[in-house]
Design a protein around this ligand. Sequence first.
Ligand code: UN1
Length: 513
Amino acid sequence: KFGINQALKDLGLRVDDVNNGTSTGKNWFSSGDVIESYSPVDGALIGKVKATTEEDYNKVIETAADAFKTWRSMPSPQRGEIVRKFNDELRRLKEPLGKLVSYEMGKSYQEGLGEVQEMIDICDFAVGLSRQLHGLTMHSERPGHRMYEQYHPLGIVGIISAFNFPVAVWAWNTALAWVCGDVCVWKGSEKTPLTSVACQNIAARVFDEAGLPEGISCLITGDYVVGSLLTNDERVPLISATGSIRMGKIVAQAVAGRLGKSLLELGGNNAIIVTPDANIKNTVIGAVFGAVGTCGQRCTSTRRLIVHEDVYDKVKEAVVDAYKQLRIGNPLDENNHVGPLIDKDAVKHYQAALDKVVKEGGKIIVEGGVLEGEGYESGCYVKPAIAEAENSYEIVQHETFAPVLYLMKYSGDLENALALQNGVKQGLSSAIMTNNLREAERFLSVEGSDCGIANVNIGTSGAEIGGAFGGEKETGGGRESGSDAWKIYMRRQTNTINYTTELPLAQGIKFDL
Ligand code: UN1
């Protein structure tokens, strides 16, 4: 049903192999415990893969290190040409891959396709970038000297990604890292192992057909145990990790302990400020998509709606009304807006958040609950909920990866809304809905939003790949995807060349021998 077996077949995942836990992709050696992948859509076992053991891991890293010697010497526009070929394959396989993302992760098919589109977009970006890895040139203070800087590949980039964007976040990293001349070792989420294998197979085939060494793209599978092999490994100069703040703190300390580089994309607690000058219709679309899209499991999901008292009742009514229209069910059925949460653990966290907000004094205005009965057998379908709450509540201060939206009121000046918006530890995405230029500019000013992403008249989620993506404070400070985010994947070198017959010293120092 919904063509899942066909999608697996199109992606080269042989169903019987996958089901026996014997499936092995190229450039991926895994011989450890079996990881089972159950779909949150219908609870079915989709397939099994084996976890990477320490021995497997070392083999992967050696293969990657070996591949780096070839890859780093290839001119970057030629590396870009390989990324272009990889992108051709993504375009060809967009539908089956989008379908597998939807089925294994639970986001709507539209969003699954959207995620593959993000992969395609970042690859296009990377191909152009492959001719633009510019350094600056500068004027030397010494006569007959030239100074410039250049960027060299780093080496092995370790990528740790989360279940919620099981393929796009890998691509954001790997497409840039590849044109930069790095080789990648990817640990995808153990909750979505098959999408990782599917991607790895696509990449491996492209490299293989180009006669390039295996190891430019590597996959390791498993939980935090295999992740910690990567984060503690001195052979891996950069770790790019996406996930919870808790995970990020562990990764950051491990990597800092060996003075490696880390790029962290951690939790958000994203708010939309709705001012008296907001367009209410657009506010509702932005807020509802932001809160319930991907079943509230985006790091950019809208968690808080901060509404001015003058429009509070109107906005509240419109949003509550919109929630009544939401259709919850199989995400592969395009009539549904909201699919399941990733697993039953996530359902527990969702329920605990709703209990907690009530205990702290919040008022539920759109009832939540776990859905049962036909079509909901997996036990992962929940009703998106809204609670009126105070920003200071402990539960509001934390990111709950579920469709729970907190509604709060502000009065008076925008400054009061900004204090609420910035009054959390996370700093990923933020938005203001207003037609008032002064308010919009204040929101974007130094006294405005403290987040890595600040939007005017759009919601908090749905960033395009062209901008640098990431956030401040406990979100981790990393930037990936567009703009100049590529620089972290390279090492910078400053070069000074003397083309005279003398050796003048800098700062005019005399040193006569
Ligand atoms: C994430 O949730 O980890 O802006 C990334 C967005 C997406 C990416 C989200 N383009 O919502």
